[in-house]
Ligand binder design. Sequence first.
Ligand code: SF4
Ligand code: SF4
Length: 314
Amino acid sequence: MREKIIEIAMANGADIVGFAPADRFDKNDAIFKIMPETKTVIGLAFRVLRGIYRGIEEGSTYYQYTTMAVENMEETIMPMAQLKVAMMLEQEGYIALPQRKHQQIMAEADSTNPEVAYDAVFRNRTAEVQMNFLDAAVKCGLGEKGFYQTLLTDKFGPMVRYCFILTDAKLEASEMVEPHLCDSCGKCAKGCPGNAIAPDGTVDAWQCAVYYNGANGTKNPFMPPEAFAGMDNRLEIIAGEAKVTPQTAKKILDKIYFYPPAQHAYQCSICGRACDMECYVHLEEKGVLTKKFKTPFRKRKPWHFEVEDFKAEE
Ligand code: SF4
Ligand code: SF4
């Protein structure tokens, strides 16, 4: 049955499939609150097309990341693979419970998800029971935890999304990956256009939301020269140097409309997950990724505009 699961998952778009036995999780882990009978967590990782990131790397196309790398992956491709595997498990008489991140329910109060509109986040309620996705991915052997709280896979580095199926079927475990990719180079943090990644690798969700949405004018081809007019620290914001709070982040986000959002409240990514791109470039240059391409991801020096371009509006 394990082989059949891998076959169905891969036929439906998954690139990496891993199995974590229940005993890899603490007995108080959320998975047992969600489904006490869980014997195995099945992890499915899906590549995000490298070509989509290339569009943002070159500054030529942005919407494809949002729609094809986030929206369609989360709302169509990943659920389809989960459903097909889950249906097969049910067919065999087992319980199968798909687990996909709810993009609009946060684990912590007053947090946000950069990928969706902040006012679409379900307010005043957190997900009381939500599995730890990154931890489960590591336990399923999908990859290792990178410095900025991201999953690094041998094949695609950080360019993946992932989801799970909890089942009461006992399936042979995958080996966990011995961490070997992340060398603490710090390029992910340096590459963030909004300094959202702290020295300890934690990501400030509101700082990330502001700059994911394109508040850094030096990396945003859609920003008009008069952006953030009337805001005292507009040049600081545009330079990626403003330190935001949830309150100031909302004020900045209310002034941002550089590109239409997608469906399901997904916001257009203007940073294009520069953290992922910088990490990917680093891992590719080191030659440690197993999925090889005919040409390198980065073909020229990254472009940027000058903060001075926005000064005339002061
Ligand atoms: S960019 Fe460097 S520090 Fe950041 S996750 Fe990748 S390898 Fe680790
Ligand atoms: S590069 Fe973008 S996605 Fe990554 S931490 Fe910075 S703002 Fe967030």
